[in-house]
Write a protein of this length. Structure first.
Length: 58
């Protein structure tokens, strides 16, 4: 991965995390004994915007 693209993906993840926190998407709670948290993963996509500019979306 190119360094320039790496920084763009990091910025996209930061923006998504900020949006999730601002919208209060979830509440942090204590995990009950014997239970496991759900796993998750990042999904990355490059979106083409008007004017031919690319937007990195996480």
């Amino acid at each position: 991965m190119q360094v320039d693209a790496s920084k763009k993906w990091e910025q996209a993840m930061d923006e998504e995390h900020k949006s999730l926190m601002e919208n209060q998407t979830w509440d942090l709670v204590k995990l009950p004994e014997g239970k496991r948290a759900l796993q998750n993963k990042w999904v990355y996509r490059v979106k083409d915007e008007e004017g031919g500019k690319k937007r990195y979306k996480a």
